[in-house]
Design a protein. Structure first.
Ligand code: CA
Length: 232
Protein backbone atom coordinates (compact mmCIF):
# COMPACT_ATOMS: atom_id res chain seq x y z
CA UNK A 1 0.00 0.00 0.00
CA UNK A 2 1.23 3.49 -0.82
CA UNK A 3 2.35 5.48 2.20
CA UNK A 4 0.10 8.32 1.11
CA UNK A 5 -0.25 11.59 -0.74
CA UNK A 6 1.47 14.77 0.39
CA UNK A 7 0.89 18.29 -0.90
CA UNK A 8 3.82 20.70 -0.66
CA UNK A 9 2.85 24.41 -0.76
CA UNK A 10 6.07 26.38 -1.21
CA UNK A 11 6.96 29.26 -3.54
CA UNK A 12 10.72 28.67 -3.42
CA UNK A 13 11.12 26.11 -6.18
CA UNK A 14 14.44 24.71 -4.99
CA UNK A 15 13.05 23.97 -1.53
CA UNK A 16 9.82 22.53 -2.93
CA UNK A 17 11.80 20.27 -5.26
CA UNK A 18 14.18 19.10 -2.52
CA UNK A 19 11.30 18.29 -0.17
CA UNK A 20 9.32 16.55 -2.90
CA UNK A 21 12.32 14.48 -4.04
CA UNK A 22 13.02 13.29 -0.54
CA UNK A 23 9.38 12.40 0.13
CA UNK A 24 9.07 10.60 -3.22
CA UNK A 25 12.19 8.57 -2.45
CA UNK A 26 10.31 7.32 0.63
CA UNK A 27 7.38 6.25 -1.55
CA UNK A 28 4.98 9.15 -1.02
CA UNK A 29 3.00 10.63 -3.88
CA UNK A 30 3.78 14.34 -3.88
CA UNK A 31 2.08 17.29 -5.54
CA UNK A 32 3.42 20.85 -5.41
CA UNK A 33 1.65 24.22 -5.40
CA UNK A 34 3.65 27.45 -5.76
CA UNK A 35 1.26 29.88 -4.05
CA UNK A 36 -1.43 29.90 -1.40
CA UNK A 37 -4.55 29.87 -3.54
CA UNK A 38 -3.17 27.10 -5.74
CA UNK A 39 -2.37 25.20 -2.54
CA UNK A 40 -5.96 25.40 -1.30
CA UNK A 41 -7.29 24.28 -4.70
CA UNK A 42 -4.77 21.45 -4.89
CA UNK A 43 -5.81 20.20 -1.45
CA UNK A 44 -9.48 20.24 -2.47
CA UNK A 45 -8.66 18.15 -5.54
CA UNK A 46 -5.93 15.81 -4.24
CA UNK A 47 -7.31 15.29 -0.71
CA UNK A 48 -3.80 14.73 0.67
CA UNK A 49 -2.92 12.78 3.80
CA UNK A 50 -0.66 15.62 4.93
CA UNK A 51 0.31 19.14 3.83
CA UNK A 52 3.81 20.67 4.07
CA UNK A 53 3.04 24.39 4.09
CA UNK A 54 5.40 27.34 3.82
CA UNK A 55 4.29 30.28 5.97
CA UNK A 56 5.40 33.11 3.66
CA UNK A 57 3.60 32.68 0.36
CA UNK A 58 2.51 35.06 -2.38
CA UNK A 59 -1.24 35.66 -2.44
CA UNK A 60 -2.78 33.93 0.55
CA UNK A 61 -0.33 33.51 3.39
CA UNK A 62 0.29 30.17 5.09
CA UNK A 63 -2.02 30.90 8.02
CA UNK A 64 -4.99 31.59 5.77
CA UNK A 65 -4.15 28.53 3.67
CA UNK A 66 -4.02 26.45 6.86
CA UNK A 67 -7.44 27.76 7.94
CA UNK A 68 -9.04 27.08 4.58
CA UNK A 69 -7.59 23.57 4.34
CA UNK A 70 -8.77 22.72 7.85
CA UNK A 71 -12.22 24.16 7.20
CA UNK A 72 -12.58 21.78 4.26
CA UNK A 73 -11.58 18.60 6.12
CA UNK A 74 -9.21 17.89 9.03
CA UNK A 75 -5.78 17.39 7.46
CA UNK A 76 -2.41 17.19 9.22
CA UNK A 77 -0.29 20.28 8.44
CA UNK A 78 3.44 20.80 8.95
CA UNK A 79 4.34 24.51 8.68
CA UNK A 80 7.73 25.73 7.47
CA UNK A 81 8.91 29.05 8.88
CA UNK A 82 11.91 31.22 7.96
CA UNK A 83 12.82 32.21 11.53
CA UNK A 84 12.36 31.00 15.09
CA UNK A 85 10.53 34.27 15.82
CA UNK A 86 7.86 33.28 13.30
CA UNK A 87 7.43 29.97 15.02
CA UNK A 88 7.06 31.84 18.33
CA UNK A 89 4.34 33.99 16.79
CA UNK A 90 2.44 30.96 15.53
CA UNK A 91 2.79 29.27 18.89
CA UNK A 92 1.23 32.36 20.49
CA UNK A 93 -1.67 32.29 18.05
CA UNK A 94 -2.28 28.59 18.51
CA UNK A 95 -2.87 28.07 14.79
CA UNK A 96 -4.07 24.68 13.68
CA UNK A 97 -0.83 23.16 12.45
CA UNK A 98 0.41 19.78 13.63
CA UNK A 99 4.09 20.64 13.66
CA UNK A 100 6.57 23.37 12.73
CA UNK A 101 10.05 23.37 11.24
CA UNK A 102 12.34 26.39 10.89
CA UNK A 103 14.40 26.82 7.71
CA UNK A 104 17.00 25.66 6.98
CA UNK A 105 15.98 22.16 7.95
CA UNK A 106 17.30 18.74 7.05
CA UNK A 107 15.06 16.89 4.55
CA UNK A 108 15.77 13.73 6.54
CA UNK A 109 14.31 15.33 9.67
CA UNK A 110 11.30 16.54 7.70
CA UNK A 111 10.63 13.02 6.42
CA UNK A 112 10.93 11.66 9.96
CA UNK A 113 8.40 14.17 11.26
CA UNK A 114 6.00 13.56 8.37
CA UNK A 115 6.19 9.83 9.08
CA UNK A 116 5.55 10.37 12.80
CA UNK A 117 2.47 12.52 12.14
CA UNK A 118 1.01 10.05 9.64
CA UNK A 119 1.59 7.03 11.90
CA UNK A 120 -0.13 8.80 14.74
CA UNK A 121 -3.15 9.82 12.71
CA UNK A 122 -3.46 6.27 11.39
CA UNK A 123 -3.66 4.77 14.86
CA UNK A 124 -7.31 4.09 15.36
CA UNK A 125 -9.17 5.16 18.45
CA UNK A 126 -10.05 1.52 19.09
CA UNK A 127 -6.37 0.60 19.35
CA UNK A 128 -5.90 3.34 21.91
CA UNK A 129 -8.62 1.68 23.99
CA UNK A 130 -10.57 4.90 24.40
CA UNK A 131 -14.18 4.69 25.59
CA UNK A 132 -16.78 5.30 22.84
CA UNK A 133 -17.68 8.73 24.28
CA UNK A 134 -16.62 10.70 27.27
CA UNK A 135 -17.01 14.12 28.83
CA UNK A 136 -14.57 16.49 30.54
CA UNK A 137 -16.14 19.61 31.96
CA UNK A 138 -18.47 20.96 29.25
CA UNK A 139 -16.51 19.16 26.50
CA UNK A 140 -17.85 15.94 25.00
CA UNK A 141 -15.54 13.70 22.96
CA UNK A 142 -16.32 10.85 20.57
CA UNK A 143 -12.96 9.18 19.76
CA UNK A 144 -14.22 6.87 17.00
CA UNK A 145 -15.31 9.80 14.84
CA UNK A 146 -12.88 12.33 16.38
CA UNK A 147 -15.88 14.58 17.08
CA UNK A 148 -15.68 17.14 19.85
CA UNK A 149 -18.55 19.23 21.17
CA UNK A 150 -18.51 22.02 23.70
CA UNK A 151 -21.85 22.86 25.27
CA UNK A 152 -23.47 21.04 22.36
CA UNK A 153 -21.60 23.00 19.67
CA UNK A 154 -19.29 21.06 17.31
CA UNK A 155 -15.65 22.15 17.62
CA UNK A 156 -13.14 21.40 14.85
CA UNK A 157 -9.83 20.10 16.18
CA UNK A 158 -6.84 19.19 14.04
CA UNK A 159 -5.71 15.55 14.30
CA UNK A 160 -2.86 16.54 16.60
CA UNK A 161 -5.04 18.74 18.81
CA UNK A 162 -7.41 15.81 19.16
CA UNK A 163 -4.61 13.40 20.08
CA UNK A 164 -3.16 15.85 22.61
CA UNK A 165 -6.58 16.24 24.23
CA UNK A 166 -7.18 12.49 24.47
CA UNK A 167 -3.63 11.93 25.78
CA UNK A 168 -4.11 14.47 28.57
CA UNK A 169 -7.57 13.13 29.38
CA UNK A 170 -6.22 9.57 29.36
CA UNK A 171 -3.81 10.54 32.14
CA UNK A 172 -6.68 11.90 34.24
CA UNK A 173 -5.14 15.00 35.79
CA UNK A 174 -1.57 13.65 36.05
CA UNK A 175 1.00 16.26 34.97
CA UNK A 176 2.86 15.36 31.77
CA UNK A 177 6.10 17.07 30.78
CA UNK A 178 6.47 18.53 27.31
CA UNK A 179 8.95 15.75 26.52
CA UNK A 180 6.46 13.09 27.61
CA UNK A 181 3.77 14.70 25.47
CA UNK A 182 6.12 14.91 22.49
CA UNK A 183 6.94 11.22 22.86
CA UNK A 184 3.34 10.08 23.36
CA UNK A 185 1.46 12.39 21.00
CA UNK A 186 4.03 13.25 18.33
CA UNK A 187 6.10 10.06 18.56
CA UNK A 188 9.40 11.93 18.92
CA UNK A 189 12.20 10.70 21.13
CA UNK A 190 14.14 13.50 22.84
CA UNK A 191 15.32 16.70 21.18
CA UNK A 192 13.46 19.92 20.58
CA UNK A 193 9.81 20.60 19.99
CA UNK A 194 8.61 22.01 23.32
CA UNK A 195 7.11 25.02 21.56
CA UNK A 196 5.09 22.73 19.35
CA UNK A 197 3.46 21.38 22.51
CA UNK A 198 2.83 24.91 23.81
CA UNK A 199 1.23 25.89 20.52
CA UNK A 200 -1.22 23.02 20.64
CA UNK A 201 -2.13 23.68 24.26
CA UNK A 202 -2.88 27.28 23.25
CA UNK A 203 -5.10 26.04 20.45
CA UNK A 204 -7.02 23.71 22.77
CA UNK A 205 -7.58 26.56 25.23
CA UNK A 206 -8.76 28.87 22.47
CA UNK A 207 -11.21 26.30 21.13
CA UNK A 208 -12.33 24.53 24.29
CA UNK A 209 -11.96 27.15 27.01
CA UNK A 210 -9.03 28.57 28.98
CA UNK A 211 -9.43 26.30 32.02
CA UNK A 212 -9.43 22.86 30.43
CA UNK A 213 -5.65 22.43 30.37
CA UNK A 214 -3.65 23.48 33.42
CA UNK A 215 -0.05 24.73 33.15
CA UNK A 216 2.20 23.41 35.90
CA UNK A 217 5.07 25.88 35.76
CA UNK A 218 8.45 24.31 35.23
CA UNK A 219 6.87 20.88 34.77
CA UNK A 220 4.27 20.62 32.02
CA UNK A 221 0.54 20.29 31.47
CA UNK A 222 -2.42 18.42 32.90
CA UNK A 223 -6.11 18.21 32.19
CA UNK A 224 -7.98 20.24 34.77
CA UNK A 225 -11.56 19.07 34.58
CA UNK A 226 -11.43 15.99 36.79
CA UNK A 227 -11.69 12.43 35.56
CA UNK A 228 -13.54 11.81 32.29
CA UNK A 229 -17.10 10.59 32.72
CA UNK A 230 -19.04 8.53 30.22
CA UNK A 231 -21.20 10.88 28.15
CA UNK A 232 -24.94 10.38 28.33
CA1 CA B 1 8.16 31.39 0.92
Amino acid sequence: MSPGCIVVVEDEESIAAAVADRLRSEGYRVEIAGDGLAGVELCQRARPDLVVLDLMLPGLDGLEVCRRIQAERPTPVLILTARDTETDLLVGLGVGADDYMTKPFSPRELVARVGAILRRVARSAEEAGAPPRFRVGDVEVEPATRRVRRSGETIHLTPTEFDLLTCLVGHGGTVLTRQQLLAQVWGYGGGSGARTVDSHVQALRRKLGPDLVRTVHGVGYAIDAGAPEPAS
